[in-house]
Design a protein around this ligand. Structure first.
Ligand SMILES: [Zn+2]
Length: 207
């Protein structure tokens, strides 16, 4: 039987959008409520849609403290005088890379840390501190979605950004604040259906 609380232990849950990360994260912490270990969860302030962490598809939600993504060290302010043993960090990709050092410090302080986030941005490239955290993790849970393209049914590992229904170009910003400008939507897609047009890249064909 593995213990619920493991001091200095890092778990990372990652996958594309719509792969069930929030559901896994929420259920994990809901179950911890049955233990006598105290826990707390944090999320970045960027792109805030709701106060806590929510899965609208499954009607699940969890309380989370909102932290300025540029100052992950503010997490320490919320731990003073508390008996938390297990710390959750959701949407970790939005935090400054400095989050890696913060997590390292938390582990050295014997906290058990559980991180969830997107490994890859819409371009299919490493997203913020996530790859660094995965590299340091004791346990990794890799989730996949089911490709949103009709009748594809392949496992989805990528997040497709669409602007007015068309694939967003490689040059568009990695983080888009919702409600500003064009209509952005996201799909989960397999690698074959993941489309990122590169407008300024020359064709490197070999003659
Ligand atoms: Zn597909």
């Amino acid at each position: 039987m593995s213990e619920v609380y493991k001091p200095g232990y890092l778990e990372v849950i990652f996958g594309p959008m719509k792969s069930g990360k929030s559901e896994v994260f929420i259920i994990l912490f809901k179950k911890l409520s049955y233990s006598n270990h105290e826990w707390v969860t944090f999320k970045p302030a960027v792109n805030i849609r709701e106060e806590g962490i929510a899965s609208r598809a499954f009607n699940l939600n969890l309380q989370a403290i909102v932290i300025d993504e540029n100052h992950p060290e503010l997490i320490f302010e919320h731990l003073k005088g508390k008996k938390y043993k297990i710390i959750g960090i959701d949407e970790a990709q939005f935090f400054d890379d400095y989050l890696v050092d913060i997590v390292d410090t938390l582990l050295k302080q014997r906290y058990h840390v559980i991180v969830s986030g997107l490994m890859l941005n819409f371009r299919g490239e490493p997203f913020g501190p996530m790859p660094w955290l995965v590299g340091r993790a004791n346990k990794v849970t890799r989730l996949t979605g089911i490709c949103d393209v009709n009748e594809c049914n392949r496992r989805a590992t990528r997040t497709q950004r669409l602007i007015n229904g068309e694939p967003a170009s490689y040059d568009s910003p990695v983080v888009v604040i919702e409600g500003q400008g064009k209509k952005e939507t996201y799909e989960t897609r397999c690698v074959i259906h993941h489309i990122v047009p590169k407008s300024n890249v020359k064709n490197k064909s070999i003659d």
